[in-house]
Design a protein around this ligand. Structure first.
Ligand code: HEM
Length: 205
């Protein structure tokens, strides 16, 4: 199978997880309890040896094939969406390495439950938020950007009078609004929530 097809199929596996993952984070607008309840529900599906192995293997394959494609794509990318596809892909590859090392390290080394508190501790503590805001923000935007760029290349006919380019711009706009909404949820309730002492280790407390 060609590298591009492998990248495409592992990307689909990851995208299904990420769609639920981001919905989970969006549920934080209703508070920490709600976020944890949704995560526990979703974990029934992804926190078992079969699904998690498939997901982590897909991420590994995505990073390796993605870096190979980035190296090739750099030479031919000229339009806005071609450039968006390769640079958002590069960012996602870097993000995956850091994010999964942090999540697996939190679980296996620090023996923490990697729940809401784990996700938002750095995001809500100065000066750690100077890193975490752009780090998470760019990850969510890159996810939408990468998909919008693929959509722009693959879709041929226009839908409801919108060309593929206009549809992809719409997806980018939606991604931006969704990112703002997500950050509102992940930071808004934090002040009124008691952070368990075990998570202090993440922000030097
Ligand atoms: C606001 C942004 C994000 C936050 C706060 C966040 C936080 C977390 C947390 C707390 C976990 C652990 C989940 C658990 O223990 O059940 C996790 C896992 C994970 N996240 Fe994120 N995440 C964010 C964005 C993303 C994005 C944009 C992607 C991919 C494009 C992503 C990919 C993953 C993956 C693949 C896992 C591993 C799931 C597993 O095997 O348990 N995350 N994230």
């Amino acid at each position: 199978m060609r590298i591009k097809s492998i990248h495409y199929f592992s990307g689909i596996v990851i995208s299904v997880f990420v769609a639920f993952h981001l919905l989970n984070h969006a549920s934080s607008v209703f508070g920490a309890e709600q976020h944890i309840a949704v995560m526990e529900l979703f974990r029934v599906v992804y926190r078992n040896v079969f699904v998690e192995t498939l997901l982590l293997a897909a991420v590994l394959v995505q990073i390796i094939t993605g870096l190979w494609l980035f190296n090739k794509g750099r030479k031919w990318a000229t339009t806005f969406f071609e450039k968006l596809q390769i640079w958002s892909g590069l960012y996602l590859a870097i993000f995956f390495v850091i994010h999964l090392s942090a999540v697996l390290g939190g679980r296996l080394v620090l023996h923490l439950d990697t729940n809401f508190y784990f996700g938002v501790a750095g995001l809500n503590t100065f000066p750690f938020n100077l890193f975490f805001i752009p780090y998470y923000g760019l990850a969510v935007l890159s996810f939408f950007g990468h998909i919008a760029a693929i959509h722009q290349r693959k879709m041929k006919p226009s839908v409801l009078g919108l060309s593929p380019t206009a549809q992809s711009k719409f997806m980018l706009g939606f991604g931006l609004l969704f990112t703002l909404f997500l950050f509102y949820g992940l930071t808004n309730h934090f002040q009124s929530v008691e952070i368990p002492a075990a998570y202090g280790v993440l922000v030097g407390k």
